[in-house]
Design a protein around this ligand. Sequence first.
Ligand SMILES: [Zn+2]
Length: 119
Amino acid sequence: MGFFDDALNKTKDVLNVAYKKTDEVVTIEKQKFSIASLKSKREKDYADLGRIYYELVKESTEIDDNTRNLVDAISEKNEEIARLNEDIQNIKNKRVCPNCNANIDVNSTFCSNCGTKLD
Ligand SMILES: [Zn+2]
């Protein structure tokens, strides 16, 4: 083997190592993606389990303080969400009188505040 053959083989070795490293990087990235995907699905499972457990224990008096605090925190948020949804519904059912700017029922023919006839 001459100088050029040696040089060529060394170059091939270097390239093979580089290809191998690239494969490893691709494999690691794929595995990282799989892990992230599994973690995301697991979070959903935890949340589903939490919902089932919440429904089971929300009225219970025999749960520990940590669980009671979480159950109460969820219940408070549920009530706040319901209240906000109700607000949205009320706003949707209202219009503003063009004469006095009062909030009036969307189906009114006359303003209940100033009596202006509405379109
Ligand atoms: Zn009015």
